[in-house]
Design a protein around this ligand. Structure first.
Ligand code: EPS
Length: 377
């Protein structure tokens, strides 16, 4: 069973990922992990923190001479900002009277976390709730991406909308892959420029923007997931993985919410047969029927809410004084939808690898590839 545990606070020393259950003899290239870490940091609309960080993966266990050993893989990503925070964050004694956050920010975990963890300083909540944690989820997801690639499975995503600037076109897998060369991972260059302009306006207004990300999975064979056990459905598993990412508020599969607006005759993908193969002319189901992959491209969409730290602040109440005030702000990203695309690709890679290993088992890559190759498409 594949399992990921992450640890680390946003301004602590480092973030850590431990992956258990990886088979042996999977080729791991640190350069590729670093590529996706850098990609996650890119994207128009990021804040000042990204000028401090330059994320690199340190693989500290489970890999020898670029091959996994079958033992837990531990990856560490250092927080460069820690040197500015050590005084307030050190586990060995810290000045916790400084950097207190009591003007709790609506939309963040601050207020609920204070009650749940019996704290009076929301710093003790936000440090872990921060989306900084996603750096190591990208690192772990990139190892899962390498695993999928060996089986011929590929995941690619793009940004479909930024706030009100929306792209309604459909793209091929190759066009989606090519979107990474645009500053917002938007395939339509003109829309990308419009979205950048909109981000500038939103920044000027000291506000923030969310957006929609679309992900495609190519090469996934049929039959992963289950129609027998509700807890093993592939759509539920993928939706859960996507919803586990900070700021995600909605997930669609295939037509998604649009399916509810159409009659059945315009939703379901009719089945044909030619030259020994069953096929469809459409993919409204987004590659998943009955909780199982059906061999078509898997299509997922996710809605990211605007980042809740607004430089203009939001109405709130000071947790200490109970007086009304504006929510705390230090610095913030204006829009991190492009980063979110990289994160979602990574968590989807990991979630697919989990499902594949659950069905195929196997302790080494040879065993797994043999089992995979025997499966029908
Ligand atoms: C985040 C707040 C900001 C973001 C951070 C997520 O950090 P800071 O408070 O240090 O300015 O920059 O994201 C990252 C550091 C990152 O690498 O993605 C939050 O509250 O979620």
């Amino acid at each position: 069973m594949l399992k990921l545990t992450t640890a680390g606070e946003s301004h602590g020393r480092a973030l850590t990922a431990i992956i258990e259950g990886l088979p042996s003899n999977l080729k791991v290239e640190k350069e590729e992990i670093d590529y996706y870490l850098a990609l996650r940091q890119s994207g128009y609309g990021r804040g000042a923190r990204q000028k401090i960080e330059s994320d690199r993966a340190e693989i500290v266990s489970g890999v020898r001479d670029k091959l996994t050993l079958g033992s837990p893989v531990c990856i560490v990503v250092e927080n460069k900002d820690y040197k500015n925070w050590e005084e307030y964050m050190s586990p060995y004694g810290a000045d916790v009277s400084k950097r207190r956050l009591t003007k709790v920010r609506p939309g963040h975990a601050d207020l609920t976390g204070l009650f749940k963890y019996d704290q009076t300083d929301a710093r003790n909540i936000l440090e872990r709730a921060s989306a900084r944690e996603t750096a190591v989820r990208v690192a772990a997801g990139t190892i899962a991406r390498m695993f999928l690639r060996e089986l011929g499975v590929e995941v690619a995503g793009y940004v479909r909308s930024v706030e009100s600037v929306s792209d309604e076109k459909e793209y091929t897998f190759d066009e989606i892959r090519a979107a990474k060369t645009s500053e917002l991972f938007m395939p339509d260059r003109e829309l990308c420029e419009r979205a950048k302009k909109r981000i500038d306006e939103i920044k000027e207004a000291k506000d923030t923007a969310g957006g929609v990300i679309e992900l495609h999975v190519k090469g996934m064979k049929s039959g992963f997931g289950s129609c027998m056990s509700y807890s093993e459905k592939l759509d539920a598993h993928l939706a859960g993985a996507i919803m586990s990412v900070q700021a995600i508020k909605g997930v669609e599969i295939g037509l998604g919410f649009e399916a509810a607006r159409r009659p059945g005759s315009r939703v379901h993908d009719e089945i044909y047969y030619r030259d020994g193969n069953f096929f469809r002319k459409t993919n409204n189901a987004g590659g998943i029927e009955g909780g199982m992959s059906n061999g078509q491209e898997i299509v997922l969409r996710a809605a990211m809410k605007p980042i809740p730290t607004l430089m203009r602040g939001l109405d709130t109440v000071d947790f200490d004084t109970k007086e009304p005030c504006r929510a705390a702000t230090e610095r913030s990203d204006v829009c991190s939808v492009a980063a979110c695309d990289v994160i979602l690709e990574s968590v989807v890679c990991f979630a697919l690898a989990e499902k594949i290993l659950q069905r195929l088992g196997g302790d080494n890559m040879r065993e797994i590839k043999e089992r995979w190759d025997k499966l029908p498409r």
